[in-house]
Design a protein around this ligand. Structure first.
Ligand SMILES: Cc1ncc(C[n+]2csc(CCOP(=O)(O)OP(=O)(O)O)c2C)c(N)n1
Ligand SMILES: [Mg+2]
Length: 300
């Protein structure tokens, strides 16, 4: 690729105020949610609740944090975004479309035969999908390995790992956390979607992992816990993480409390939220509720 090609780092708009920055990322989050609803409708069901819940985290990363080239997803200088949780791929594809890495029109192929967008994220299928994350609990180990490799190469690229709260049940996550601290990997930022839910039920009934902030801190990570559906809070946490990494070289974790189905009241309190079935006549209502909520908030 030509050396003159633009690097996209959406967050860094000179002169942008904090309010403008939040509004820009909120717009991205709205479109990610909208894409996810359209994709879910193709299948009539799926991990729609997770995509809606994590849309603000994904928007903060893709519209504000990552350095990438939309037309050269394998550019060696890119920041790496590793989706540990393969089943969240619906949200990740929506974010990749919002970032211009995959075409919006392709989203309607989600989960279909021969699509580049399978239900569970696969690195060999999809541009911008760095790892295949269906087997949970491996993303952070891979992130630590990549971060070490990048440092050896003298690269300034950063590694982001998106984990779910279910992945905190896995010993491998904590081994990787120790490794990240041991190697002073200030180039790693982990973000955990704490939606209090897993496939088998509520997280605190499957395996009690709280208090998670204190655990990460004890493992040597600069740990912040925020409302993961509050974009201003997310952006502030990313800014703090970058400042900490520069000052101390510590890896960072941002623990994000989110709500499954966020932005669509019809889905926010649904039972069996891990894999939602949504009736044919409900999809349009979902989109209307999403848009009404977004417009109401934007007008404040
Ligand atoms: C190593 C591993 N164990 C079990 C599973 C089966 N599994 C798929 S999704 C899931 C739930 C994991 O928790 P979380 O990601 O927090 O669920 P969600 O918030 O999406 O409901 C499980 C146990 C898996 N994919 N990999
Ligand atoms: Mg969960």
């Amino acid at each position: 690729m030509a050396a003159t090609q633009a690097v996209q780092t959406a967050g860094r708009i000179p002169g942008e105020t904090a309010t403008e920055r939040t509004a820009r990322v909120s717009g991205a989050a709205y479109r990610i949610r909208h894409h996810a609803l359209n994709m879910g409708e193709v299948q009539g069901q799926g991990y729609v609740g997770q995509a809606l819940g994590a849309a603000d985290m994904l928007a903060a990363v893709y519209a504000d944090q990552l350095r990438f080239r939309a037309d050269d997803p394998e550019w060696s200088g890119r920041d790496r975004f590793l989706l540990s949780t393969g089943h969240y791929a619906i949200g990740h594809y929506a974010a990749l479309a919002e970032a211009g890495i995959i075409p919006v029109e392709e989203l309607e192929t989600y989960g279909s035969d021969d699509s580049r967008l399978p239900m569970s994220g696969m690195s060999t299928y999809t541009p911008g999908m760095e790892i295949s994350g269906g087997s949970l609990g491996h993303g952070l180990s891979i992130a630590v390995g990549i971060a070490l490799g990048l440092r050896h190469q003298g690269s300034t690229a950063r590694v982001y790992n998106f984990l779910s709260d279910g992945e905190l049940d896995e010993g491998s996550t904590w081994e990787a956390a120790m490794g990240g601290h041991h190697h002073h990997l200030g180039n790693v930022t982990a973000m955990v979607d704490i939606n209090a839910l897993q496939a088998d039920g509520k997280t605190d009934t499957v395996l009690r992992t709280e208090p998670v902030t204190e655990k990460w801190e004890a493992f040597g990570w600069y740990s912040q816990r925020v409302d993961g559906n509050d974009i201003s809070a997310l952006l502030a946490a990313f800014d703090n993480a970058a400042a900490q990494a520069a000052a101390t070289g510590r890896p960072s974790v941002i623990l994000c409390d989110t709500k499954v189905g966020r932005g669509v009241p019809l889905l926010e309190d649904r039972e069996k939220a891990h894999f939602m079935r949504i009736e044919e006549h409900e999809w349009q209502t979902c989109r209307e509720q999403l848009t009404a909520g977004y417009e109401e908030k934007a007008s404040r």
